[in-house]
Design a protein around this ligand. Structure first.
Ligand SMILES: Nc1nc2c(ncn2[C@@H]2O[C@H](COP(=O)(O)OP(=O)(O)OP(=O)(O)O)[C@@H](O)[C@H]2O)c(=O)[nH]1
Ligand SMILES: [Mg+2]
Ligand SMILES: [Zn+2]
Length: 318
């Protein structure tokens, strides 16, 4: 039995790097891995440490080691189970473009909240700085994100190389994920850091100003300076899985800073009188986009009252 790291997951096989300098082996998934999954969709994700039997016929993943962390989300609007996106990572870079495609604060804020929830350090990257020559857009976003406790920000351009060296240094020696919408430049940034990765880059639709979902599966790449980085397909929506209503407010540190000033100590900043968060938004001390993201998430995790992850729907076929 050998231990290895999952670097890619296909429908029927996973690609496992055995750390022997050879190309990853392709291993099948044993049916037993799908037992006892509960409301989780996939037993194995990129970044998982697995045991494989390379002599087996077929070579198969026998076991998945316990994860030190992972990022998950609701699988899709048709599938309420949790989809594990990546496992065992040191940090996640949320890549947004300053222009083409437009920056989505709602999606960004949800990913940042999910990273806090899963205890994965997140760094926010504003890419395509070259398309914001006067820095007007950046200025606006820095006003929103610049003071969020614990949030680091990088400004890059895969086109001009701005900030690329900084990003490369942040990746050195760690296991990182690049995550964000299609067309933001995740693959381009990795190629700018290390051209021999030669990852396929897409184009931006000239009409919709959106990416074309060029990267179609998550893949972990080894970096020449040391460390690994996972390039992921562009996402459309991000719905955190299994959150309770009262947990959401702690995942927005800039809002949480006002908690003690609200009239009710357990204020959800939704409808309560004397809410310091609502006041701060009103007075322009807190970005209305952050508040809107918070309220949308609050609304979604708990449309009807108490939410208990143990009651999460389980796939009847599961
Ligand atoms: N002007 C400019 N264009 C960029 C920059 N970074 C990437 N692009 C362009 O944006 C388009 C999309 O880049 P990709 O790297 O494929 O984007 P992605 O985030 O990997 O997209 P998906 O794989 O679809 O999720 C390509 O045409 C790139 O050339 C940048 O910093 N400035
Ligand atoms: Mg890509
Ligand atoms: Zn409040």
């Amino acid at each position: 039995m050998k231990e290895g790291r999952v670097v890619r997951v296909d429908a029927k096989v996973v690609h496992v790097d055995l750390g022997d300098g050879e190309a990853p082996v392709q291993a099948a998934l044993r049916g037993s891995l799908f037992e006892d999954l509960g409301p989780v969709k996939n037993p194995v994700a990129v970044g998982d440490l697995v045991e494989v039997d390379p002599e087996g016929d077929p070579c198969a993943v026998e076991a998945v080691r316990p994860r030190r962390n992972y990022l998950g989300r609701v699988a899709s609007s048709h599938d309420p189970r949790e989809q594990v996106l990546v496992a065992n990572v040191d940090q996640l870079f949320v890549i947004g473009a300053l222009k083409d495609p437009g920056f989505s604060s709602n999606r960004t804020d949800r990913i940042l909240a999910a990273c806090l929830w899963h205890e994965i350090p997140a760094i926010l990257v504003f890419n395509k700085a070259d398309l914001d020559a006067k820095g007007k857009r950046l200025e606006r976003y820095l006003a929103t994100y610049g003071d969020i406790p614990g949030l680091e920000i990088l400004v890059t351009s895969a086109r001009t190389g701005q900030g690329v060296e900084e990003l490369a240094e942040r990746l050195r020696g760690r296991i990182s994920v690049l995550y964000g919408p299609s067309g933001a430049g995740k693959s381009s940034l990795l190629n700018a850091i290390q051209p021999d990765l030669d990852i396929k880059e897409g184009r931006i639709s000239s009409y919709w100003k959106q990416g074309k979902h060029t990267t179609t599966y998550s893949a972990m790449h080894a970096l020449a300076r040391g460390g690994y980085v996972i390039d992921t397909p562009g996402i459309r929506v991000f719905r955190p899985y299994g959150l309770r209503r009262t947990q959401v407010r702690d995942l927005f540190p800039d809002l949480a800073a006002y908690q003690g000033a609200c009239q009710y100590s357990d204020c959800t900043h939704d409808h309560e009188p004397g809410c310091a968060v609502a006041d701060a938004v009103e007075e322009g001390r807190l970005a209305d986009t952050r508040y809107a993201s918070y309220l949308s998430l609050l609304d979604e995790v708990d449309p009807e009252g108490a939410y208990d992850p143990d009651d999460a729907p389980v796939d009847p076929m599961g």
